[in-house]
Design a protein. Sequence first.
Lengths: 237, 237
Amino acid sequence: MIRQLFDKETSTYTYLVADMRSRKALLIDPVDAQVERDLKLLRELELELVYTVETHVHADHVTGSGKLREATGAKSVVSATEGVGCADIPAAHGHRLALGSLELEARATPGHTSGCMSWVLEHEGRTHVFTGDTLLIRGCGRTDFQSGDSTTLYQSVHTQLFSLPDSTVVHPGHDYRGQTHSTIGEEKAHNPRLNREIDQATFVGIMADLKLAPPRMIDVAVPANLSCGRKVEVQGG
Amino acid sequence: MIRQLFDKETSTYTYLVADMRSRKALLIDPVDAQVERDLKLLRELELELVYTVETHVHADHVTGSGKLREATGAKSVVSATEGVGCADIPAAHGHRLALGSLELEARATPGHTSGCMSWVLEHEGRTHVFTGDTLLIRGCGRTDFQSGDSTTLYQSVHTQLFSLPDSTVVHPGHDYRGQTHSTIGEEKAHNPRLNREIDQATFVGIMADLKLAPPRMIDVAVPANLSCGRKVEVQGG
């Protein structure tokens, strides 16, 4: 089972993935403010939370993984490259996460941050990919802070994501326009920054011209997420 | 294909349903403010909009059906009971809407309004129901304005919706807590107002005690929706 959940405040998508035979579940990119909602849903569906999985260290919201680990004993999974010392499972490219009869496979897709990971799942005859902020619907994550790099992001999308079957369902980390999912084929054709007509130099130029304001929560969110969701005293800020 | 779309301003879900062989599509509960997004998606997916379907006359947002009809020629479908004189297809309980090889079937589920309809679809081996405001995830539409009646809503849910298979996917008209879908089995077990332990009198009491403020947009939305999305001069208001 795949169930999308939304945090309206930060337009973040969290995903509940569960194997309904073993009742084992994981949450991808849980949000601190939504932990009670998510725990209630796990109880109602009689699911055991085994993992929390971060696609990356977020700058726009605090992860719920710390509170969820305390409440359930779920192990937290995040790319080793992100440097989250308190994570239970520092994962590398190719890491396989077993969930009953389901299996998720990590693909390193750096560019928004240096440790961004996408997770691929075969489920009910279809390929699914949870892309975090690497590939969004008709967009992508910004590359102008943390360890972002637009050349790297372009390479990640084209080699690691666009190599998946066109019918692969794309489950993004955010959406700001009410879109909930997409497919790899759609993004190859219609992503205005990353469709197959756009070369790397053009993409790098697009990203350099965005001139976005810093994310509102970055000074709180990044230190907290490096501490598995514990809000820490920020020096300077 | 079923694709959920969200209007953040009013927490409204719109659904794009398409038969990918014939490329025929319909939109359930389109939102006026999102028509450009929805038309763009139809163009990108190379779909022909054949119908717009209203689950009811909304009090919280203006329908996009008028603009969509002008742009595409799609026929608007709404329960005859709602009294929308400009609708192309006034539907009754049991109405079948063909969409290429797909078929949606109307179930009259009054209670939130007297003309509320849910639409049932068999798709990829599963039953789906678009419930509008009759059944929400762990909730239901209010029954204290327009032609609402809580006894009627209780009967609609228990006879028309809870009679569907437990595995039926519930696609609601709104959600305010970031939940995207549910199942009939889950709602029978966990809906705090309508689970199988709650009798009709208790439900009527719960609804009478809600004491909600009137919806912000009711004076604009209801007259506009009775005119297929044309915003009309409101007398008095």
